[in-house]
Design a protein. Sequence first.
Length: 371
Amino acid sequence: MRTWSKVMLAAGALCLATGVAMADKPLEKPDDFSRGLLDCTNLLPLECNSLVSGDNTGAPNNVEVYSCVSWTEGGGEVVHELILDQTYDLTITLLNTTCDLDVFLLAECDEATCLDYGNTSISGQFDAGTYYVVVDGYGTAECPFDLEVVCEVPPPPPEEPGSFCNFVSICYDWDFEMSDHGFVPAPCGDTGTPVWQYGLETTIPGAPGNVWGTILNGDYLASSGEGLLSPVFTVSESCNWMEIKHYVYTEGYLTGSGNIYDGGNVTVDEIVIPPIEGYDGLVNVGLQACVDDEEVFAGDVTAGVPNRTWGTSCFDLSQFMGMTIQVRFDFGSDSSVQRPGWYLAYVRLGTTEQPVGREETTWGTLKSLYR
């Protein structure tokens, strides 16, 4: 699925064919062709979710070659104007034809601005704007036709798992873009290869600059196992919730199988602390130092599951009320297949009236997690 805009036009975007070409219709773009010949003086209006009838018999034959095809379109042209008021999944279909007609979608009323073509239909995602739909005949084909236009609002992208703390006040704001704030790599259980590093991250999309990450500007190492330990702080009524902003992309997390091979979690005194939304799943047993057989953050875009792309997660630390603690971010991987890993942009501590999940969750449901 692709999204087109007038900015792309200005760059000279050409057609990407989606129709099924006949054997005598080569797909290569012609080296040269006449342009600006299309007659746009009698445009026929097209509307979303409509069916119109037309006939190119005897229509003007001003254009024989479009910028997205190289064969001859010697039939008459019927030119329509289609105005989209927002981004749509658009399908334009030729119906009830008795000859070989083709349909073209143009960004301007100019055969040189062809965005797409089809022997019978065009489909794709297109931005709001004015487009031109031309029905033309292959060779010298001319006959009646019906033209169906279907516009569907594209579904919103899947919401990443996550939560955020609705802070009333903040007691610690450890923004790693500014400094490492005294966080240090530390052993965690059966320690494996060290991975936590602090510094400038340039390869992860959206990285804020300096971060803590499991190998900066590259994939984490095989058989890794290391924690990242926070400074000491006291949990109190004004300092009992923690929010992190993080990026997670690890090996595994196959839909349906539940296989997670690498991942990370948050612990206090070896107790795994769940985020409000819960972890992504249980890591495979016996393969990873630090997180073996524990719930972890995970996500692998190559396995069809979105990674957490600089989202936030909120943690309740109230079970340690009155205690002086350190939070540790544990990460472990098995002996094969590495991904970018786990990156932290900030850690914030404070008090909150109500943590908020990104998916619909009632306060009663959230409280039940901690009974």
